[in-house]
Design a protein around this ligand. Structure first.
Ligand SMILES: [Zn+2]
Length: 238
């Protein structure tokens, strides 16, 4: 038992972890002439030139509430899907996307923009997240976002040791898409979006204790290549 009333669909399960070995392979297109690869490479391993961590999406095993499933997180960011219920999160009236943000998963870069690897949330799920997610108990803020674009990845940074075997140097590093020096050494675990035209809103009251069940919907297969989200969500953007 997880102890949580609602399990957000983006959360990982223990049985979804894939521990396939990674190696360095030759690549003339990189600064050092090599890049990370799985030992049994598949074309779907790479997204925009970075190796993405393999995971299963079967929701088997024990819930890992502090860990995001890489494929489901990526799909939420690509398609604007709610991290809790998996439905499309765009506000039908304003065409803007909603985000609940806390400092550990948000970095402000300008007065109305910032980066995050937290997926959006639909308006229906906001009160349930405020009630159930312990991470949101302090310093949470609610935003609507008019415009997003893919900024890069959060991932683990490797370097080859003296034997040429990948050696973990740093965990959970933000690597932007234009950092061509680091991308070949990165195992990406989540996608980072740049949120623009951010407007802060008052938090609603948390949902009452007796919940209506929220059933996650299926996650669509990821497109390849993924859409580069120049996501003009706001018709009112000046
Ligand atoms: Zn939702």
């Amino acid at each position: 038992m997880s102890g949580y009333t609602i399990i957000p669909q983006v959360i990982a399960y223990s049985g979804e972890i894939v521990d396939d070995p990674i190696i360095y392979v030759p690549d003339d297109g990189t600064d050092r002439g090599e890049r990370l690869s799985y030992q049994d490479p598949k074309s779907s391993d790479y997204l925009n030139g970075v190796l993405r961590a393999r995971v299963k999406t079967n929701r088997a095993g024990v819930v890992r509430m502090r860990k995001l499933n890489t494929r489901r997180q990526w799909a939420c960011m690509d398609h604007g899907m709610c991290q809790v219920c998996g439905k499309f999160a765009r506000d039908p009236q304003t065409k803007r996307l909603w985000w609940l943000l806390v400092p550990p998963v948000f970095e402000q870069v300008d007065v109305d923009s910032g980066r995050t690897n937290a997926p959006p949330i639909c308006q229906t799920c906001i009160p349930f997240a405020l009630r159930d997610c312990p991470m949101l108990l302090r310093n949470v803020t609610l935003w609507s976002v008019g415009w997003t674009e893919s900024a890069g990845v959060l991932g683990d940074l490797y370097r080859p040791n003296v034997c040429g075997i990948p050696h973990l140097k740093l965990k959970n590093v933000f690597v932007p898409w234009d950092n061509f020096r680091r991308l070949p050494d990165t195992l990406a675990t989540s996608q980072v979006l740049l949120l623009k035209d951010m407007r802060q809103h008052d938090l609603p009251e948390p949902a009452p204790p007796d919940p209506e069940p929220i059933h996650p919907v299926g996650v669509p297969e990821l497109a390849w290549p993924p859409p580069r989200t120049q996501d003009r969500a706001s018709p009112h953007r000046s």
